[in-house]
Design a protein. Structure first.
Lengths: 327, 335, 499
């Protein structure tokens, strides 16, 4: 164990929350559909959960659309689910999708539908925090796909040269949409793409404790004013890129990764070392399941937003939104 | 936010360059969350020397040079603004804005809409446009129309030194993302600037010259051309009202409509190609809201639908001038 | 849409003259309004609109003579204007038989409602050896029928500028449109806009509506087809002046005594039928050798006769016997002996051809009738074959029709000689003017009680003067006098006229 002190029961609960939530999403989506197309994080929950664990509540998280753990650990469950349904209790009352929600209150930086577009804004958030002279760390999550983009390099370069308090976490699940990473990148470790003068570390994304540990170290470095760190967490997703896409990946490889399921790995270890009992886990699971079911029920009966909700474009200027001119 | 300018206030003659530098200085001094960065803006003082002396005054925490990466400029400004800072980035030429376009269009413009808690993106992107210096295809385009169609962005294109200063200060204090476009051909223009601290509110159309016979709505550098055309036309007995919206989006149309209701003739002037441009939008707004006051076809002055040519003769033919505005007004009157 | 064609107005008629367009292109007309006044060999006729709309196009200018059947213009709605833009052009396009041409011809045929698209409106073209035939080479010069041709280059230029060669031709008054004409037309918007609908700017329309003014009226008054705000003001000022009961002098009485010029009561345009009269009398006074000879006729017997015939004529014919009926009868009987007076003059064309006098077999008498619309001259066909009572009936009938503005076209055409009765107004001696191209006219004057000599005794007699005006260029004085005497003798022996 590294320098992070871990409340194992809490960390396990974070993992179970993410897993049960993603299972529920799949179940509901297959049963009756959800407006927001699920991009399931099942199989790679330990990266988001582990990276969030050692952070302070006011640190800024910049998730990819698959880093569901960030949303679940920062935002109210009801709001997240409503955000998937586009109802009025969702983030920004239905104006936007849960995937890209932003909230200063929850410390989640809003993102866009452009893969990797959030990396420079993450560096910028770190710059802002540096200028404002607070102690906040920014953590950006992104997949192997984003690491192939120029934003990856320009953001890392800028953050490094400006010594910004930011952590870049690659969730390398080995598949960029429907293409295997080895076809798209010529290095074994994506961390090797970054030769920008910042520390990089390749970690086991299935081992939540290793993720916690590495993130804690990087966060400390950032807070110390020593600049950014790049972590590459190796992981795997059990589902296709999006639920509309058919599965065409090798079943054997998938099984290999399933054998190292991050929740099961951590659960077994905790049971083995008597940190928790089966009954306690069942009890946690039951409680989580109830919360999740209630959140979905609430969203399914929530109302759709009024038209007025979308007339929210400029903060400082009132306009006629149909004419596009000053009112 | 705005402080009304006292017309009696002492004024000094300043160039646009000086007034911009002063605006940046005053805002950096006033608010610690304001930062200024971009290519060569710090030690070099900016390619057009707009930020000269600011690095020396405020240090490299507040004024600093950045890598040659517009994605970083645009993207980091969004992030910094979302985190609570007030970044001003300089993108050397407006022609390079498309590189930062994703961050301007998909990020900066949409985060206030995307957030549910009134978080907005108080950033300013300063960028230079202006044709006539032989810079050719990629260093002088007038980009307002590229971004006009993006809800959430504000586009400011001032004309006079006083407006430049007052509007830049307002842009920096504004909570929405502002694209602040500076005409690089006009940095040397001078005019009276109040000595006292002042701001000029965004989204307020200004009347630069009064006249009853024709309304010329000109934007940015074309305001000078419109004023020159108005003087020439005045010699012929035609009095033009020169209307300067100053903010392209969101556009303050009321003064434009009022002017057209008085003069019944509308001519628009812009440096960008006429088609699909600012003038077209002004024309459409007027046709929509003041159709029955129009007494002549609307004439739009702008560049042809070609890239900015390099050769001197071609560039001369390309750039819209006072003469073009004069002709357009006469055309409208004599139609 | 109404296609106004030159009608065949008489058996001998082959061509007609466009005398006057009564409305301008773009002007609105109502059904029944006279659109164009045409002149055939013997008469003037007004061609009316058969529908409400506008005069969309004039194809033939004033003063041009064209064959019967020629399209003079179109009346229709503004929407239909586009239909005709292609139509006349098809004539010229027909010279290059391309697919497009055929399409245009087809369109034209549809427009005409006929199956045969070719040479529809140029009967003269047939006579002139098929100049207008569809297969003729494209370099044919000016057409004989007044329609407009265009060179291939002109058509190409017209296509480039999206204008109609016919419009170019009519605007510039050329029949053979060259490419430079197209250029001129395109560059001079005032020409190009000459035939377009009057349009108001949005602001002008608003202000016009506020003032209850029609944009079209403003355009017509100010002779512009684009009405701007300032035009409304000018129009209103002009109307205010017009409707003002006082003119400048009355407004400033001090000037009244100083200004010797007469105060204008009313200024009236000489238009329509009056313009026809104006032009024709000008022609006559300028060109004709008009000479008048007068006969003093004793109509004592004739008046007794008409008095005695009153009851039977009214009873059996529903007509009162009139001096006019007997004069007509006398004239009709005498004319065949003096055919130079039952004739028309065909002027030389200036190229050295001699003028001709066409002497007619038929005796068709024009009878001048004064109506509130002006002087009309209905025709009594075959007057020499009609009895006095028939002539009386006919005159009564035609006069009523004339007064009711109800004369058919042919009822105003083809007269070979004219009788004008100014006597009803009390004229003692009235010298009439010839109705060109006729050669003579007989003026009937009032009947007065005068002392006459019968059997060497002075007794009261009823005396009437007959004034014969003849064109002394072609009619000998003696012939005229003899003819007049022949009429006189017949009238003084009225029973001979009852045969």
């Amino acid at each position: 164990m590294g320098n992070a002190s871990i409340n194992h029961r809490e960390l396990l609960e974070d993992l179970l929350l993410t897993r049960r939530f993603e299972e529920k999403v799949l179940e509901v989506y297959q049963d009756r559909g959800i407006r927001e197309l699920p991009h399931s994080s099942i199989g790679q929950e330990a990266v988001g959960v582990g990276a969030c664990y050692p952070l302070e509540d006011d640190d800024i998280l910049v998730p990819s659309l698959r880093t569901r753990a960030v949303m679940l650990l920062r935002a109210p469950l009801d709001e997240i689910v409503a955000g998937m349904y586009g109802t009025r209790s969702g983030p920004s009352n239905g104006r936007t999708t849960e995937h890209h929600m932003g909230s200063s209150e929850y410390g989640i930086l809003g993102t866009t539908g452009m893969i990797g577009a959030h990396l420079n804004p993450a560096a910028g958030a770190a710059l802002g925090n540096k200028v404002l002279d607070n102690d906040r760390v920014t953590v950006a999550f992104f997949g192997d796909g984003a690491s192939q983009r120029s934003e990856f390099h320009s953001a890392l370069n800028f953050a490094t040269v400006q010594e910004l308090p930011v952590i870049f976490v690659i969730e390398n699940n080995h598949w960029t949409e429907a293409s295997p990473i080895e076809k798209l990148v010529a290095v074994d470790d994506l961390a090797d793409l970054a030769n920008h003068g910042l520390p990089t570390k390749v970690i086991d994304g299935q081992d939540v404790e290793e993720v916690v540990d590495a993130t804690a170290t990087a966060a400390q470095r950032a807070r110390d004013g020593d600049g950014p760190t790049l972590l590459e967490a190796k992981t795997y997703r059990y589902r296709p890129h999006a639920e509309t896409m058919p599965e065409h990946r090798d079943e054997a490889t998938l099984e290999e990764w399933r054998d190292r399921d991050p929740i099961e790995l951590y659960r077994s270890r905790l049971l083995e070392e008597d940190f928790v009992t089966e009954d306690e886990i069942e009890e946690i699971d039951r409680r989580l399941q109830t919360r999740i079911d209630e959140a979905f029920e609430a969203a399914e009966t929530d109302e759709l937003p009024d038209e007025e909700t979308m007339y929210h474009v400029y903060k400082d200027t009132e306009i006629d939104h149909w004419k596009g001119v000053v009112r | 936010m705005s402080q009304q300018v006292d017309v009696q206030a002492e004024q000094t003659e300043q160039t646009i360059r000086e007034s911009l530098n002063q605006a940046l200085y005053e805002e950096l001094e006033r608010d610690d969350s304001v930062i200024l960065y971009g290519e060569d803006v710090a030690e070099y003082g900016g390619l057009y020397k707009i930020s000269e002396g600011l690095y020396e005054e405020f240090g490299d925490d507040r004024v600093f040079d950045t890598p040659l990466a517009e994605t970083t400029l645009g993207g980091s400004a969004v992030g910094a603004a979302l985190a609570g800072a007030r970044p001003i980035v300089e993108i050397m030429y407006a022609d390079f804005l498309p590189i930062a376009g994703d961050h301007l269009i998909n990020y900066a413009a949409k985060m206030y809409f995307n957030y549910g808690d009134e978080t907005s993106v108080p950033m300013v992107v300063r960028s230079m446009y202006g044709t006539g210096d032989g810079h050719g295809l990629h260093h002088g385009q007038s980009p307002e129309a590229w971004f006009m169609n993006v809800p959430g962005l504000k586009i400011v294109m001032p004309s006079t030194p006083k407006d430049y200063k007052g509007l830049l200060k307002s842009a920096i204090r504004d909570d929405d993302p502002v694209l602040f476009l500076e005409n690089k051909m006009r940095y040397g223009e001078s005019g009276p600037v109040p000595e006292e601290e002042y701001t000029i509110p965004l989204c307020e159309t200004d009347i630069k010259r009064r006249g009853d016979d024709a309304t010329v709505v000109a934007i940015g550098g074309m305001v000078y051309e419109a004023l020159e055309a108005a003087e020439r036309l005045s010699d012929r007995g035609v009095e033009c009202e020169v209307v300067d919206p100053r903010t392209v989006t969101p556009l303050d149309t009321d003064p434009i409509l009022e002017s057209v209701e008085k003069t019944n003739i509308l001519v628009t002037a812009q440096e960008a190609p006429t088609f699909g441009g600012f003038g077209s939008e002004v024309a459409a707004q007027v046709i929509d809201d003041a159709f029955f006051y129009l007494d002549a076809p609307v004439k739009r002055v702008g560049a042809p639908f070609t890239p900015i040519p390099f050769a001197e003769s071609l560039e001369e033919a390309y750039v819209p001038t006072a003469e073009d505005i004069e002709t357009a007004v006469i055309d409208a009157i004599e139609t | 849409m109404q296609e106004i064609k030159l009608p065949k107005l008489g058996q001998a008629m082959e061509e007609g003259l466009v005398d006057e367009w009564c409305v301008n292109e773009g002007d609105s007309v109502s059904a029944g309004d006279t659109v164009v006044i045409i002149e055939s060999e013997k008469t003037v006729h007004e061609l009316p609109a058969d529908q409400d709309g506008r005069l969309l196009r004039k194809l033939i200018g004033e003063g041009e003579t064209v064959p019967i059947g020629t399209t003079l213009g179109y009346v229709g709605t503004a929407d239909e204007a586009s239909e005709i833009s292609a139509a006349p052009d098809s004539d010229s396009a027909a010279k290059t038989p391309t697919e497009k041409t055929q399409a245009e011809l087809g369109q034209r045929a549809e427009l005409d409602g006929r199956d045969e698209p070719i040479k529809l409106e140029s009967p003269q073209a047939d006579e002139s050896g098929g100049i207008e035939s569809a297969t003729e080479s494209p370099d044919t010069a000016t057409t004989a029928d007044g329609s407009i041709n265009a060179t291939p280059n002109a058509r190409k230029a017209a296509q480039v500028h999206d204008v109609d060669v016919t419009a170019v031709g009519s605007a510039l008054g050329v029949q053979q449109v060259q490419s430079e004409h197209v250029g001129k037309y395109v560059n001079d918007s005032s020409i190009a806009n000459g035939g377009t609908e009057i349009r108001g700017s949005p602001a002008a329309r608003r202000i016009a509506a506020d003032n209850g003014v029609e944009i079209a009226a403003v355009g017509e008054e100010l002779e512009t087809d684009r009405v701007r705000m300032a035009d409304i003001d000018r129009y209103l000022e002009r109307k205010a002046e017009d409707s003002s009961p006082t003119d400048d002098r009355n407004a400033e009485p001090t000037n009244e005594s100083n200004d010797p010029s007469p105060t204008v009561h009313e200024t009236v345009s000489v238009t329509g039928g009056r313009k026809v009269m104006y032009d024709r009398m000008q022609t006559v006074s300028r060109d004709y050798g008009s000479t008048t000879t007068v006969a003093r006729v004793d109509v004592t017997q004739l008046t007794s006769l008409t008095e005695s015939l009153k009851e039977p004529w009214q009873k059996y014919h529903d007509v009162s016997p009139s001096i006019t009926a007997f004069v007509l009868r006398a004239v009709a009987e005498a004319l065949p002996e003096y055919r130079i007076l039952n004739a028309e003059i065909v002027e030389g064309d200036g190229s050295g051809d001699d003028p001709l006098v066409r002497q007619f077999e038929d005796v068709n008498l024009g009878v001048a009738v004064d109506t509130e619309h002006g002087l009309l001259v209905p025709t009594i066909y075959g007057a020499d074959e009609r009895s006095a009572v028939e002539l009386g009936e006919r005159v009564t009938q035609l006069a009523e029709q004339a007064r009711n503005h109800d004369l058919e076209m042919d009822q105003q055409q083809n007269a070979t000689f004219t009788v004008s009765n100014a006597g009803t107004f009390g004229a003692y001696i009235n010298t009439p003017q010839i109705n060109p191209p006729q050669t003579g006219i007989l003026g009937v004057c009032t009947v007065n009680e005068e002392p006459g000599i019968v059997d060497d005794e002075v007794v009261p007699r009823k005396i009437m003067h007959l004034c014969l005006t003849y064109d002394h260029r072609v009619v000998e004085g003696s012939t005229a006098v003899q003819f007049l005497q022949a009429v006189k003798h017949r009238l003084e022996d009225p029973h001979s006229l009852l045969s």
